[in-house]
Design a protein around this ligand. Structure first.
Ligand code: PRP
Length: 216
């Protein structure tokens, strides 16, 4: 990896477009191929940058291991993964929240150790431990809303954005847990060795984040 090149780990999926828009507003010349390519590494040599396109849950892993200097990761992923990275800026994009949901007929008193399905087993177990409630956690990788409908779990812990997925599947929110936005994260070694470029990036992003917030 070139000394001066900054490698940015970007989350594929729903955060991606908002993160790209933020970088473009900060005047980073993001190559047009970002928008339609299936390539997983995209070079932007004129900006001294290289982008790797990762699964959202894996972004902190790439950054922790230093194969990416910086990255964009949801607060949900940061809580779940607990990676050794610096969280330096709230990008205030992809706002949503984590919630506990169930079928409307669900009676919380009906089970001794209710089953809770989630893509976030660590976050979920921590949450219920703090609540003093004993639950059995069932780890799934997506389509979590299926679990209570099909009888795999009593409750789910998942991201709610518009609320449409819960509604479309006849589930109701029981509890709002944590507000989530995307964060700019940095590898601790890169923060020292590439401090000029990374500080500049943080400043430019912070400026457009503030403009975005003022505009709302
Ligand atoms: C996420 C989340 C919910 C849904 C919430 O799933 O897990 O299912 O979005 O969004 P909404 O409140 O706007 O309906 P995603 O689409 O990322 O896919 P997944 O089910 O495979 O995790």
């Amino acid at each position: 990896m070139s000394e001066d090149m900054i490698t940015v780990a970007m989350p594929k999926g729903r955060i991606f477009n908002e993160a790209v828009e933020l970088l473009r507003r900060a005047n980073y010349p993001i190559p047009p191929e970002f928008d339609e390519s299936r390539k997983l590494i995209i070079e932007a040599p004129e900006a001294g940058m290289r982008f790797i396109l990762a699964k959202p849950m894996d972004v902190p892993t790439y950054v922790e291991h230093g194969v990416a200097d910086v990255g964009v990761a949801g607060k949900d992923v940061m809580i779940e993964e607990k990676r050794d990275v610096y969280e330096v800026l709230d990008l205030k994009i992809s706002a949503c929240y984590m919630a506990v949901a169930a079928l409307p007929s669900y009676d919380p008193k009906s089970e001794v150790a209710p089953k809770v399905a989630s893509k976030y087993p660590n976050l979920t177990s921590e949450y219920f431990r703090e609540q003093g409630e004993q639950v059995e956690i069932i780890k799934l990788n997506g389509s979590i809303e299926l679990a209570p409908i099909i009888g795999l779990a009593d409750r789910i812990v998942d991201i709610v954005s518009t609320g449409q997925t819960l509604k479309a599947n006849g589930l109701v929110e029981i509890e709002e847990m944590i507000a989530i936005t995307s964060r700019f994260i940095v590898n601790p070694v890169s923060y020292r060795t590439k401090s000029a470029q990374i500080d500049d990036m943080v400043d430019r992003l912070a400026e457009v984040v503030d403009q975005g917030v003022e505009a709302k």
